[in-house]
Design a protein around this ligand. Structure first.
Ligand code: XBP
Ligand code: MG
Length: 243
């Protein structure tokens, strides 16, 4: 099966957004709301077990501030907090403080030059994706992606495979014609759940996680070219044929 599309995860894959991006945006939103919640790097690493910003706030409150959830308006307050956090995250992106990871821009350019289709499957919001692409790749970058599956377009977030199935359906491609690029166990379980061969690039929060089933686990894409991805993808089918 020839490789027809690359499906990129966003956070931790396109850019290292968590430690110095989303985490600071959450803290800014909490301060703005008058909440004495401050997520340090270690606590945030624990909270990353839950994907989705609203889900992560709820998870934190369950563990550390259960009284917050007993408030009848807690879901609405979480939604408002998350909107403020997204505003702060976009402001961080606008400041240029969150660049793409090594090799990402080059691989996107190589894929476009060879007519390979591009897609995104992420838990973060479409607003964050649009800002990350615009600021790092230019005003028309979002149009380079045939499908952008983001945030609440699906109810069940990663590690559920829903977002990948949502993207595959709109690509109108079989999973076997695609290659996913992920950074975390949650992401890998989601892409493999959708039947998509997956390459993992680790980061400081995901190094050492379980990446069983990945085609390969790399530190980053700095030395990886589209020809390498095509070969990796092809090997998947050679292996399957031998099984
Ligand atoms: C990682 C996530 C996201 C971000 C925060 O998404 O789990 O929730 O941590 O972004 P990805 P939001 O699938 O790209 O790795 O607050 O917008 O959810
Ligand atoms: Mg990720």
């Amino acid at each position: 099966m020839t490789l027809a599309a690359i499906i990129f995860d966003v956070d931790g894959t396109l850019a290292d957004t968590e430690r110095d991006g989303h985490r600071l945006a959450f803290n800014a939103a909490f301060a703005e709301a008058g909440l004495a919640w401050q997520w340090d790097e270690a606590l945030y690493g624990e909270l990353l077990a839950v994907t989705g910003g609203k889900e992560r706030i709820r998870y934190y409150a369950t563990l550390y501030a259960p009284e917050f959830l007993s408030h009848p308006d807690s879901e609405n307050r979480i939604a408002r907090l998350h909107e403020a956090k997204t505003r702060h995250f976009v402001a961080l992106l606008e400041s240029g403080g969150i660049p793409l990871r090594p090799g990402v821009a080059r691989l996107i350019r190589e894929s476009r030059a060879e007519g390979l289709r591009l897609a995104i499957a992420t838990t973060t919001t479409a607003e964050n994706v649009a800002a990350l692409l615009r600021i790092n790749l230019g005003p028309d970058a979002a149009s380079w992606f045939d499908v952008i599956g983001a945030g609440d377009v699906v109810q069940a977030k990663k590690p559920a495979a829903d977002i990948y199935r949502w993207v595959l359906q709109r690509l109108a491609l079989p999973a076997s014609a695609c290659l996913a690029v992920e950074d975390s166990t949650n992401g890998l379980v989601a892409s493999l759940g959708g039947g998509i061969p997956t390459l993992v690039t680790t980061n400081s929060y995901t190094l050492g996680q379980d990446f069983c089933g990945a085609l390969a686990v790399l530190a980053d894409l700095g030395a990886t070219h589209l020809s390498d991805l095509r070969r990796l993808h092809l090997e998947t089918y050679d292996q399957h044929k031998k099984q």
